[in-house]
Design a protein around this ligand. Structure first.
Ligand code: LHQ
Length: 263
């Protein structure tokens, strides 16, 4: 039996998902997409999961699409990369963006092409100092996908987004942090310890409230202030009816630590 392309470990309310194709820097082939989709099915179906930690095995995080796995097509006429996005990448990116629990990404090495944008769509991105983000698409005549053209200008502004997308140069993790592309850059040796601590902390927090924060932030770029105020009203109404809000407010008044249950 061949080795799994995705490792899934669920423990203490944290689901750790590891891209596991290290000989190809965890580049995606169709089989890996399938395994990742099944791992997400399990995560979405398990109410006990309150945070996800995504990372890569080996020296890279993910080199994007495996360019040897049908990405070239039989001949020029038969190539339909749009179909690959429609079937595989877009559903993946949408699922992560909509997952109603926080997703921490530990970028353990190079994140290139769709691999870079997969990392960036996660909620909290923490990278090892030796990691780099490469919008590699332009190097092979393609357009940043997997949300890249949506995320980049919003995260770093148009000038930097254009430079990244058109030059395809590696952006070292330290500069990615300085530019506000990611949450933090840490020493390689500390990466997994810090990422696990973040995910474990998030898994003890008010999960439904965090999911509602994610919904509000996702909607924000398209909304004007009026629409966002309306949305905040609706989401706050929902948050105010959770058990965790009652526990949080009560614990504050009783001067004790809250014990959130994720409900
Ligand atoms: C790879 C790959 C790879 C196959 C490393 N494929 N083998 C969506 C829809 C449909 C189609 C098209 O694309 C997309 C979205 C995309 O993601 S397009 C962008 C695809 N990705 C790239 O263009 C990045 C290609 N990789 C690289 O430029 C380099 O590998 C980077 C800069 C990531 C790392 O460089 P190095 O650290 O020097 O490692 P390496 O190049 O030696 O790679 C190690 C091995 O991994 C090597 O295999 P080998 O058998 O020779 O040891 C590479 O061939 C393989 N590998 N990326 N995307």
């Amino acid at each position: 039996m061949s080795a799994p392309l995705i490792l899934l470990d669920i423990a203490e309310a944290v689901a750790t998902v590891t891209l596991n194709r290290s000989d190809k820097l965890n580049a995606f082939n169709e089989a890996m997409h399938g395994e990742l989709a099944r791992a997400l099915d399990r995560i979405e179906g398990d109410e006990a999961v309150r945070a996800v930690l995504l990372t890569g095995a080996g020296r890279g995080f993910c080199a994007g699409q495996d360019l040897g796995d049908g990405a070239m097509g039989e001949d020029q006429e038969s190539i339909d990369l749009g179909d690959t996005l429609e079937r595989l990448y877009n559903p993946l990116i949408r699922r992560i963006a909509k997952l109603e629990c926080p997703v921490v990404c530990a970028v353990n090495g190079v994140a290139a092409g769709a691999g870079a944008n997969l990392a960036l769509v996660c909620d909290i991105v923490i990278a090892g100092r030796s990691a780099a983000f490469i919008q590699a698409f332009c190097r092979i005549g393609l357009v940043p996908d997997s949300g890249g053209t949506w995320l980049l200008p919003r995260l770093v502004g148009r000038a930097r987004a254009t430079g990244l997308a058109m030059l395809g140069e590696p952006l070292p993790a330290e500069r990615a942090e300085a530019w506000g592309l990611i949450w933090r850059c840490v020493d390689d040796a500390q990466l997994m310890k810090e990422a696990r601590a973040l995910a474990s902390h998030l898994a003890t927090q008010p999960t439904r409230g965090l999911g509602l924060i994610k919904r509000a932030l996702n909607a924000s770029p398209e909304n004007d202030l009026d629409a966002q105020l309306d949305l905040e009203r609706d989401l706050q109404r929902e948050a105010g009816r959770t058990e965790d809000y009652r526990e949080g407010a009560r614990a504050f008044l009783e001067k004790r630590r809250p014990a959130f249950k994720g409900r």
